[in-house]
Write a protein that binds this ligand. Structure first.
Ligand code: SF4
Length: 217
């Protein structure tokens, strides 16, 4: 039974689903401890155990077609995460799995098959990137979402990584970090201009702009 920090419905604020309504299932626990983490309750392991069937039923009752499985790090609870993803896709939901990518290269072939039926977004964390994990993500046709800001990625470091592993620029998203529920406009413009120059996608953080980091939005 997976430990879940929260389930809520909202508008996706980041990446390729930005602006789309979705149900969010936030898995509890993480294997990293990013200084600027804005999901500290999930990182610290808060939450309750819910059965896959119960979660599936809740998604059905919410009635939105898209489901985002996020964290924390959902692949820390790999078996339950993949079982849930498989049941959701079988039931006709469009599923996105958001991961920090560090555990992707440990998946078996069968587990990768489940992920291929979902959309996978990898948000690599500076200092925690391995070549094998990046190659595993590319192999899954994952999108890469980089948070740019203090103590995280610099634009030039993203370019270096993208070039080193020949990541398709179409699958690269850069977004400005938020601090205390705010996005600095100066940083947003810098990231925006860099994306135009390099042919990367720019992602805003709509939930931060509208809800200032309020939990469950
Ligand atoms: S990987 Fe994500 S959830 Fe985990 S500590 Fe870093 S930002 Fe927080």
């Amino acid at each position: 039974m997976p430990k879940i920090a929260e389930i809520f419905s909202s508008i996706a604020g980041e990446g390729s689903w930005m602006g789309r309504p979705a149900t969010f299932i936030r898995f509890s626990g993480c294997n990293l401890s990013c200084e600027w983490c804005d999901e500290k309750h999930a990182r610290s392991g808060e939450g309750e155990f819910r059965s896959v069937e119960e979660i599936l039923e809740e998604c059905r009752s919410v009635g939105l077609r898209r489901v985002v499985i996020t964290g924390g790090e959902p692949l820390l609870q790999k078996e339950d995460c993949l079982k849930l993803a498989r049941e959701l896709t079988k039931s006709g939901f469009r599923v996105m799995i958001e991961t920090n990518g560090t555990l992707l290269n440990r998946l078996t072939q069968d587990e990768r098959v489940v992920l291929r039926e979902c959309e996978v977004t990898v948000s690599p964390k500076k200092g925690n990137v391995s070549g094998n994990a990046v190659r595993a993500a590319i192999n899954l046709s994952a999108q890469f979402k980089f948070v740019v800001g203090e103590n995280s990625w610099k634009c030039e470091e993203v370019r270096e990584l993208v070039n080193r592993y020949s990541i398709d620029r179409e699958s690269v998203w850069l977004m400005p970090m938020s601090v205390d529920g705010e996005i600095r406009e100066e940083l947003a413009r810098e990231v925006w201009k860099f994306c135009v120059k390099e042919g990367y996608n720019y992602s805003d953080r709509l939930h931060v702009r509208v809800w200032k980091g309020e939990k469950g939005k």
